[in-house]
Design a protein around this ligand. Structure first.
Ligand SMILES: [Zn+2]
Ligand SMILES: [Zn+2]
Length: 144
């Protein structure tokens, strides 16, 4: 399948569906960030684990975490439901540590670096039409 890479201004795509590799939803209706359900995962660092909640707008690096994260920490990221690791084979080009991935519908994904403070991340959307159609309908429709 052809892969299209595009650059988007921060916050232009709302991630509404996200899952672990086994299919558990990572969208957390109990945690709202920017008015939308957050993407929640389990992180582990220095022997402590807790939930992390990411802002569901792609490109916005806002998060809340139950445990104390320090710049330079490399966190393990897991599914909060089944516990599967979200870590991939691909390394961050900056930190040289394996990145983690959040699965999106139709084979898309968000990959991000698990180093606290590193903003290396990428979005792959396979079904671009569907994602953007939804975005334009709901967020950008001009008010007449
Ligand atoms: Zn899971
Ligand atoms: Zn990195």
């Amino acid at each position: 399948m052809e892969e299209v890479r595009i650059k988007l201004p921060p916050g232009t795509i709302l991630i509404k569906k996200a899952a672990c590799p086994k299919g558990c939803s990572l969208i957390n209706p109990d945690k709202i960030l920017s008015g939308k359900p957050a993407i929640s995962a389990l992180v582990r660092v220095r022997g402590v684990s807790g939930l992390i909640h990411f802002n569901p707008y792609y490109g916005i690096f806002e998060y809340e975490c139950e445990i104390d994260l320090r710049a330079g920490d490399i966190v393990g990221v897991y599914c909060p439901r089944c516990g599967v690791s979200l870590t991939t084979q691909e390394q961050c080009g900056i930190c040289r540590v394996p990145m983690f991935a959040i699965h999106l519908p139709d084979g898309g994904e968000v990959r991000a670096c698990p180093t606290v403070g590193c903003h290396n991340h990428q979005l792959t959307i396979v079904d671009l039409d569907a994602q953007f159609a939804e975005y334009y309908n709901e967020e950008r429709r001009p008010k007449m």
